[in-house]
Design a protein around this ligand. Structure first.
Ligand code: MG
Length: 387
């Protein structure tokens, strides 16, 4: 296998659009695009995708212009995913489609929004953002004359449904026997392209949360020196570029450290996965689904990533300043939920008239951007988001 494969050189275990399990509603093939390219294009043109620009990852959208949003995060996942896919001979178009769609179901205000909506919906089927991403592409987008949703291929939908509670998997399986939820019941893997997107997601957010965290002043380079995965590459960067030790070059030192950390993780995934693929030798995409997780970090890299995650969790995601905004965000989502359930007519007509009010409210709130949710909250309660 050559070190760099062109997009045309796909491996036997890659998903092949010509062998796709198809769409929920049959459509004629596009004259110039493969089915996975077409999925990617549909996702980019969707309403939910445009809203990602105003949805929070960790920092609220109005806190600063330089922080990642769900849109920039999704683009970074697609970029990392595609470069790894190219090296492994996987289908880049499918990886890109899954990566761009993977966060479409996220609520406003990041995990605070999702957890609160899940609590509100506890007696009404709950709320899971991965399942919501599937709902967005299967039902909530309204763009086509003949069907709801974007009518994506099985392979893209399979990748979008990254996790799923057992009871939700059973419900989907009942509606779509042998469909995208089946693997959660059979405990098999999704395609290699979907496995790759999960890893690219983690690589991307670990790196950009360090970047945004330091830039925001909530965590410092000095604190990060206790994290081996970071410190190793900081020391390496300083050894090669001693001038980066100057305080006015601190930003460059941060970027160079993160850049090396990202590259090493990417190379690690490629090398480990190549070895796994050589050992398992799946003859086609379905064989790869049955072979256990194949797209993976080495044991060493996996172990190194744990303290980084723990650091980010305790020092950034649980930082008092982040927790304070999290508290406001929870109140906004909870009070919006209560207001719409009490008065569904406060929602647009197509939500207000749905038979299942609770699910309609969850869908409506989940689709909101951070700023729209804050505005609606002010309209309905008369209270401003605390300055
Ligand atoms: Mg993500």
């Amino acid at each position: 296998m050559s070190a760099v494969l062109s997009a045309a050189e796909r491996a036997v275990y890659a998903c092949d659009p010509a062998q796709s399990r198809g769409r929920r509603f049959a459509e004629l093939a596009a004259p110039t695009r493969s089915d996975f390219q077409r999925d990617r294009d549909r996702i980019v043109h969707s309403t939910a995708f445009r809203r990602l620009v105003y949805k929070t990852q960790v920092f609220l959208n109005h806190e600063g212009d330089l922080f990642r949003t769900r849109l920039t995060h999704s683009l970074e996942v697609a970029q990392l995913g595609r470069s790894i896919a190219r090296a492994l001979g996987l289908n880049e178009d499918l990886v890109e489609a899954i990566a761009l769609a993977h966060d479409l179901g996220h609520t406003p205000f990041g995990h605070a929004g999702q957890d609160t909506l899940n609590e509100c919906m506890a007696q009404h089927g709950g709320f899971e953002h991965n399942l919501q991403s599937l709902r967005v592409v299967d039902h909530l987008e309204e763009r086509y004359p003949a069907f709801d949703g974007l009518n994506l291929t099985f392979e893209t939908r399979e990748g979008v449904l990254k996790h799923c509670a057992l009871k939700n998997a059973q419900a989907i399986e009942a509606q779509e026997p042998g469909g995208v939820a089946r693997r959660f019941l059979d405990r098999t893997q999704p395609s290699l392209e979907a496995q790759l997107c999960n890893l690219a997601d983690a690589i991307a957010y670990n790196a950009h949360d360090i970047d945004d965290g330091v830039r925001s002043g909530l965590i410092t380079m000095a604190q990060l020196q206790s994290v081996e995965l970071f410190e190793r590459y900081r020391v390496q960067a300083l050894a090669e570029h001693p001038d980066l030790a100057q305080p006015q070059r601190a930003r460059r030192l941060l970027y160079e450290t993160i850049r090396r950390m990202l590259s090493e993780q990417v190379y690690d995934v490629i090398a480990t996965t190549r070895a796994n693929l050589q050992r398992a030798a799946p003859a086609h995409a379905d064989a790869a689904r049955l072979a256990g997780p194949l797209v993976a970090f080495s044991t060493e890299m996996k172990a190194l990533a744990v303290p980084l995650k723990q650091f980010l969790f305790s020092q950034l995601y649980r930082h008092p300043q982040v927790m304070e905004t999290t508290g406001h965000a929870q109140n906004v989502v909870r009070e919006l939920y209560q207001a719409y359930v009490a008065q569904p007519s406060e929602m647009p007509q197509d939500y207000a008239h749905r038979a299942d009010t609770h699910r309609a409210v969850a869908d409506y709130i989940a689709g909101m951007t951070d700023r729209f949710a804050a505005r609606e909250h002010e309209r309905l309660t008369g209270r401003k988001w605390p300055a």
